[in-house]
Design a protein around this ligand. Structure first.
Ligand code: UTP
Length: 408
């Protein structure tokens, strides 16, 4: 089999011809698979990601938020409104579980890891318990959409099947898989997984809605009359999904979307910060938030830019449909990716060795006219598991779960 001339030219122009190093030694089926993979890639990602890194930010100003103590008088009303929306089936939850969890180093989907001490406890188990509780409280059903990647889909489905969806109605659970992108070394050269396959990795959590649309789920959303999607991360052990007060608060505010936030502990905490950029809601990743904004404090001593996002958003379906084709920035993220070196050895790195190309859900907020910034108590709602030990780890999350009275 011959490599199509146009593809050869493309690879040469992109200085990626090394991916054909073993082409002549491959079987015909392997050759066809490699050609199909290469022809399916969006090569513009490379230059677009580089351009995104140099994009100037707009004018940054603080955004107003509602803190828990400011909701004493309105909480009951929000709860009633939220429970009503849940009962009427207007809200679905979307669990983002397509990540690789490379920092944690657990073999398998992060949501399946058993970290119980006297019983089995997993992130999936905790999330199902929460959604089950709110569904029962509202008297309705809350459809749950789970985004996986091709790397963890089968293991996720088998795990949930084996656990009977933790008693949640199976008919209310829907899966879809996200898209993948190639991985490169730090010079932008594509990495090989084997002689006939380029390394691919999940392309970030920003494409969740377009992946839902590609999976044909829009028909279902419309048929069920769903108006709001509550998107959340798998790795927050205290995540409150389909929280009626948050849902009611966003509906009552008339905003197009809402974001749960916590008050940043200190200027260095690694969370994205919600603020206004050129007058519109926007999230600045911690790495991009520079001085003087990062450490600026108001007269009350609190950080001016303190609204740290916890990856729990409520988006209106109407607006999502308007923005679904708007491109999001692409980030080159340093990660550990297993690859085949030039000598044909498989290398499993113990430190980041590659770029993944990712879009992020937090950049969707910028495409909205307004956003309700709904501050929650860290101790009750934010226990991320990013690594085994240290900050935002399994250790800290377990301690926080115990402090809220959840037995492990
Ligand atoms: P992280 O940004 O922590 O990435 O994901 P990760 O891949 O899970 O972990 P590391 O960085 O390799 O250690 C935040 C949330 O977004 C989801 C994750 O599953 C998690 O819920 N996510 C991330 C996806 O669904 N897809 C992706 O491609 C990346």
């Amino acid at each position: 089999m011959q490599v199509p001339e146009t593809l050869q030219e493309k690879l040469q122009a992109m200085q990626q011809s090394h991916v054909l190093q073993y082409f002549d030694t491959l079987t015909e089926a392997e050759q066809a698979a490699l050609i199909a993979q290469l022809e399916g890639f969006d090569w513009d990602i490379l230059s677009y990601a580089a351009a995104c890194e140099h994009k100037q930010r707009g004018v940054i100003t603080p955004i107003a938020s509602i803190a828990p103590e400011e909701r004493h008088d309105t909480e009951a009303q929000y709860r009633t409104l939220g429970l009503q929306a849940l009962k009427e089936g207007k809200v679905a939850a979307v669990l983002l579980a397509g990540g690789q969890g490379s920092r944690l180093g657990y073999e398998g989907p992060k949501g399946c890891m058993d970290f119980g001490e006297t019983r089995e406890v997993s992130l999936f188990g905790l999330h199902f318990a929460t959604i089950k509780r709110y569904a029962a409280e509202s008297g309705g059903c809350i459809p749950l959409f789970i985004m996986t990647s091709t790397l963890n889909h089968d293991a996720t489905v088998s795990y949930l099947e084996a656990h009977d969806y933790f008693g949640y109605p199976k008919a209310d659970v829907h899966f879809f898989t996200q898209e993948m992108a190639f991985g490169t070394d730090f010079d932008g050269k594509l990495l090989m997984e084997s002689p006939c396959k380029v390394v691919e990795a999940p392309n970030g959590n920003g494409g969740w809605f377009s992946s839902m649309v590609h999976a044909g789920l829009l028909k279902l959303l419309k048929a069920q009359g769903i108006a709001w999607l509550n998107v959340f991360a798998v790795d927050n052990a205290l995540q409150q999904i389909a929280d009626p007060c948050f849902i009611g608060g966003v509906i009552e505010s008339g905003c197009e979307c809402g974001a749960k936030t916590i008050s940043k502990a200190d200027p260095e905490e690694k969370v994205g910060v919600l603020c206004l950029e050129d007058g519109k809601p926007s999230i600045i990743e911690y790495i991009e938030l520079e001085e003087p904004y990062k450490s600026e404090r108001g007269p009350d001593g609190r950080l001016t830019y303190r609204c740290g996002v916890i990856l729990n958003y409520l988006f209106s379906l109407e607006r999502l449909l308007e923005i679904v084709d708007t491109p999001l920035p692409i980030y080159r993220v340093k990660k550990k990716l297993t690859y085949m070196d030039a000598q044909g050895n498989i290398v499993k790195p113990d430190k980041p060795n590659a770029y993944k190309y990712e879009t992020l859900v937090l950049d969707m907020v910028r495409l909205h006219r307004d956003c309700l910034v709904y501050e929650v108590e860290r101790e009750k709602e934010f226990a991320p598991i990013k690594q085994a030990k240290g900050v935002d780890s399994l250790e800290t999350a377990k301690a926080m779960l115990k402090a809220t009275g959840i037995s492990l």
